[in-house]
Design a protein around this ligand. Structure first.
Ligand code: GLN
Length: 242
């Protein structure tokens, strides 16, 4: 239901980066109905979608699906959500036609549709995992997301509109759960973030001594850098890119 602008590529990226290191992956697709297996789940992914799909997913989230997602995150599972999925993990999404879709309130945040769509490349500076690094992606949303005081963003939008086109924030973080507006797919061209998610999930299950074998990310890094340089050439970068 929630897989737009190649968001499913994030699952492929996570699975491949694990498998290249000899780590077995079991992918469970969640349809409408049923719950997430709280015990067995290490990492959850929720992609983006149009308002129409969000309406169906919002109904599903009201039942045991939403409850189990919250339980899994409270138990330390890692979660990545993009755009429409991210919006439904906040308190609510008020659509352009005035309907209010309740979210599960995992993120202390809410979303209200604006008249203008925010479309274009995004460059984010993020300090998730300790080091200051960049994330590149593509946004396309009418929803403006507002973070409650005390909710940390995923980072700062150096290019693009970010959460709401106003406060410079992009995404949200709660425990090991992340929300953001970066389609793309996001993870193939931001391998450091993919590995951060994998390592966090593995350490939670197998202990803090787990490390990840480095991979040859030359192609991925070139893809990332070419986007950063393209934005620099356009002169749209606000500040902070090293
Ligand atoms: N319908 C939502 C919005 O436009 C989400 C769109 C998306 O996931 N790309 O804000």
């Amino acid at each position: 239901m929630l897989n737009i602008y190649g968001d499913r590529g994030n699952i492929i990226s996570l699975a491949r980066r694990a498998q290249w290191r000899g780590i077995d992956v079991n992918i469970v697709n969640q349809g409408v109905g049923g719950a997430v297996d709280v015990e067995q789940t290490d990492l959850l992914f929720v992609g983006g979608g149009q308002d129409k799909e969000q309406l169906t997913v919002c109904e599903d989230f009201k039942g045991i699906k939403g409850k189990s997602i919250k339980e899994a995150v409270e138990a330390g599972a890692v979660l990545l959500s993009i755009c429409g999925g991210y919006q439904l993990l906040g308190h609510f999404f008020k659509t352009g036609t005035g309907e209010t879709l309740p979210g599960i309130g995992l993120f202390d945040a809410w979303t209200i549709a604006g008249k203008r769509r925010f479309i274009g490349n995004v460059l984010v500076e993020s300090q998730v995992g300790g080091e200051k690094r960049t994330l590149v992606g593509f946004e396309n949303h009418s929803g403006r997301t507002f973070l409650a005081e005390g909710t940390p963003p995923l980072g700062k939008a150096l290019v693009g509109f970010g959460n709401n086109g106003d406060d410079g924030s992009e995404g949200a973080v709660y425990r090991n759960a992340y929300g953001c507006y970066l389609h793309g797919s996001l993870l193939p061209k931001n391998p450091w973030f993919a590995d951060h998610l994998l390592l966090t999930a593995l350490r939670r299950r197998y202990g803090s001594t787990v490390t990840l074998q480095p991979l040859d990310d030359a192609v991925e890094e070139r893809a990332h850098q070419s986007v950063v340089e393209h934005m620099r050439r356009l002169g749209t970068v606000r500040s902070g890119v090293s």
